[in-house]
Design a protein around this ligand. Structure first.
Ligand SMILES: C[S@@+](CC[C@H](N)C(=O)[O-])C[C@H]1O[C@@H](n2cnc3c(N)ncnc32)[C@H](O)[C@@H]1O
Length: 279
């Protein structure tokens, strides 16, 4: 006997003997699901199928309404919106909430922007579930850097221009200088994707140039990647601080020679393009 059956017939869930009642009590489970960068077409099929089994959805602020609308209307929605300067629910409480809901027998979908394991604190939630004996599974999502590069047609790696790519956070503790290995990031023919980097753009530019990266290195900034209000900006490492003045919203800064391939002209969202091609 299982708590739920995953579409396709695969059984998921745990059965536990409830000592108090003497009967059988079923435990719930937690799915850590990557919702991708915002465009529902970038959800994986597995993420969609899991979402449709949700009894409770615990989501953060980067999950778009379009994606939330794909969940069953009956599913309870809990917004634990987390923004850099505004933590509406501390991480420990989110961990406890997930565990408590699952121990209460619910199928919980913890829906996170992008991928749960890329600056998503998914690892902490997974560990909390493990420690509490709660079954937990992870569904990967399209992380922001991939959506940003796809949006602008600029590859993270490209033969002759970028032999490696590094993902870093530009968010230093309380606005402090992000503690990064600037010398390593300044290597030429290497792409650096900086998450949460808008407010650190001046520091990033100065530190990389000081460490030897050329000021002319092409730099791409994409805000709200894959969303209807997506904004793409092309700059150089030296002009990055001016390029992001007044810009706000979730953004990834990408520095590297391969960003010379970036195209900022408007492109239709994938769903429109697919529909047009089908006509
Ligand atoms: C807490 S991190 C979460 C990253 C997420 N787990 C991922 O894999 O994309 C939040 C940061 O991700 C980036 N981000 C998330 N969604 C984005 C989007 N649609 N467009 C641009 N950047 C995005 C921004 O740098 C934002 O500040």
């Amino acid at each position: 006997m299982s708590r739920s059956t995953f579409p396709g017939g695969r059984k998921v869930g745990l059965v536990a003997l409830d000592g108090r009642s003497g009967g059988v009590r079923v435990k719930g489970l937690v799915w850590l699901v990557g919702a991708g960068p915002g465009d529902p077409d970038l959800l994986t099929i597995k993420a969609l199928r899991v979402l449709q089994t949700a009894q409770v959805i615990v989501h953060d602020g980067l999950v778009s309404d379009e994606i939330l609308s794909l969940a069953p209307a009956s599913a309870q929605r809990i917004n634990v919106a987390k923004r850099k300067s505004r933590h509406s629910l501390p991480q420990d409480e989110i961990n406890r909430l997930l565990v408590a809901l699952a121990l209460d027998g619910r199928t919980v979908v913890r829906l996170k922007g992008g991928d749960p394991f890329v600056f998503g604190r998914g690892g902490e939630e997974l560990l909390a579930c493990r420690e509490a004996g709660v079954e937990c599974h992870v569904v990967p999502g399209v992380t922001a850097a991939l959506a940003v590069c796809a949006a602008a047609g600029a590859p993270l790696t490209h033969r002759g221009l970028a032999q490696s790519a590094t993902i870093v956070t530009g968010h230093g503790a309380a606005g402090a200088d992000p503690e990064l290995d600037w010398a390593a990031l300044a290597r030429p023919n290497h792409t650096v994707a900086i998450y949460m980097g808008l407010s650190a753009a001046s520091i990033v530019s100065a530190r990389l140039i000081d460490a030897g990266r050329a000021g002319e290195t092409p730099t791409l900034i994409v805000v709200n990647a894959s969303r209807l209000d997506e904004l793409r900006i092309i700059a150089t490492l030296a002009t990055l601080p001016q390029a992001v003045e007044g810009v706000c919203g979730p953004a990834v800064l990408i520095v590297g020679e391969a960003m010379a391939l970036a195209d900022i002209s408007a492109a239709p969202r994938i769903d429109q393009a697919v529909l047009e091609a089908a006509q």
